[in-house]
Design a protein around this ligand. Structure first.
Ligand SMILES: [Zn+2]
Length: 105
């Protein structure tokens, strides 16, 4: 559960963690992953690709397109005061995917 913490779960969300953009013709606030200064290069790149995909709706690494829940699900989320969660299905070799060891293998 996110209790008002940023995407890294280490502190409150700040303005660097949020991007305002238009997705599917509607304004959206996108909570972005933070890129740690001390992260390995491949991990930083994966997070940068993810941030770009989140703001444009298209992954620059593999071309995956953001899938939004249908209208009924979006309305239900709005009525319940919940956020709408969009998803991407990336190619297996997309730069957005990192293997957990910093991409060194
Ligand atoms: Zn991708």
């Amino acid at each position: 559960m996110n209790r008002g913490q940023g995407p890294g779960g280490k502190g409150p969300i700040n303005s660097d963690d949020i991007t305002v953009t238009r997705l599917g013709g509607q304004w959206a606030l996108v909570v972005q992953p933070v890129i740690p200064d001390d992260a390995p290069g491949p991990f930083k790149n994966a997070l940068a690709v993810r941030r770009a995909a989140n703001t444009t709706g298209v992954c620059p690494g593999c071309g995956a397109r953001m899938a939004m829940p249908n209208r009924a699900a979006r309305r239900a989320a709005a009525t319940a005061g919940r956020v709408v969660i969009a998803t991407f299905v990336h190619d297996d070799d997309c730069a957005v995917l990192c293997d957990g060891d910093g991409g060194t293998s």
